[in-house]
Design a binder for this molecule. Structure first.
Ligand code: R5P
Length: 294
């Protein structure tokens, strides 16, 4: 029981010491098969980082603000993203097949916002992921949620199928309203997801101890965007997350709900790939947007 009780600080996460990656630029992936590596190399640039644009919200929220017309609002942003996170429905119906982005395809679902969100099932087969040329599939994992165990099983089912076909799994820490998004919880959830086989993990940033979350996870941790924040705060969060070990970001509302989404994704990319500070990136956003206020 001691590990459950207040000793996070007593642990040695080796902050600042990089994990050996066996000659491959994606953390924890050096010993995977060629197909897995080839797909991960489409998601993560040679610097080991990614700018993923999330617009899969409709799978449980319907036409979220900013996603009413994905053809008009999202497709023009694709050239600035390394990877697109979307449902197979939107990929097949709206996203141009000639797009060169890595595709991270939503593979869990079931409940809408009208129901208990952790009550998900596997919502697509890996054969279909292969058919759609997915670079990875994404699955929610509700650690501490009502249907925790099933959501873990959803993920491990996809991991087994992914290993068979060479398709990585992105496990998403889906944090219910009743749970606190602190380093203790996020460290627990990300580690469980990686230990059970996901090749990539997406999680929220936390102000204290995020570097322990990333250091304690043996595969890349991508920062989730979350609800829309003021521009400086969103860029600062992205900067800090990458500075503290995140392998990039997976942002949706903080990009597509802006007055100038293209300027915002370019500013985020400058933080992730070019080492821009939040202040540099904010100046870039203002400049590219012609002075947008939001
Ligand atoms: C959450 O985990 C889902 O995948 C979302 O639909 C999406 O990725 C969230 O993006 P954001 O919170 O940045 O709008």
């Amino acid at each position: 029981m001691a590990d459950l009780d207040g000793n996070l600080d007593a642990k040695d996460f080796g902050i600042g010491v990089e994990q050996e990656s066996a000659g491959f630029h994606v953390k924890g992936a050096g010993q995977l098969d060629f197909g897995m590596k080839h797909r991960l190399a489409r998601v993560f640039r040679a610097d080991g980082k990614t700018v993923m644009l999330a617009f899969d919200h409709g799978y449980f929220q319907g036409p979220t603000s900013g996603l009413e017309r994905i053809d008009r609002n999202i497709v023009p942003l694709a050239p600035y993203a390394d990877a697109l996170m979307a449902t197979r429905g939107v990929l097949r119906s709206v996203v141009p097949a000639g797009s060169s982005n890595a595709l991270v395809v939503r593979a869990s679902g079931g409940p809408s916002i009208l129901k208990e969100l952790s009550d998900e099932h596997v919502a697509m087969s890996m054969e279909d992921a292969a058919r759609i040329d997915a670079a990875a599939v994404a699955v929610q994992v509700f650690v501490g949620g009502e249907h925790e165990s099933r959501s873990v099983q959803n993920m491990t089912t996809l991991v087994d199928e992914g290993l068979r076909l060479g398709i990585p799994v992105l496990g998403v820490t889906a944090v219910g309203k009743e749970l606190v998004r602190d380093a203790r919880y996020l460290g627990l959830a990300t580690r469980i997801i990686a230990e059970l086989g996901a090749q990539v993990v997406k999680t929220y940033y936390c102000d204290a101890g995020f570097e322990r979350v990333t250091a304690g996870c043996p595969v890349p941790v991508i920062m989730a965007g979350g609800r829309k924040l003021p521009v400086p705060d969103a860029l600062e969060m992205a900067y800090r997350a990458v500075d503290q070990g995140a392998a990039g970001v997976d942002m949706g509302r903080n990009i597509f709900q802006r007055q100038a989404p293209e300027a915002m994704i370019r500013a985020v990319a400058a933080v992730v790939h070019d080492g821009a500070t939040a202040a540099d990136a904010e100046a870039m956003y203002r400049d590219l947007s012609g002075g947008a206020s939001d």
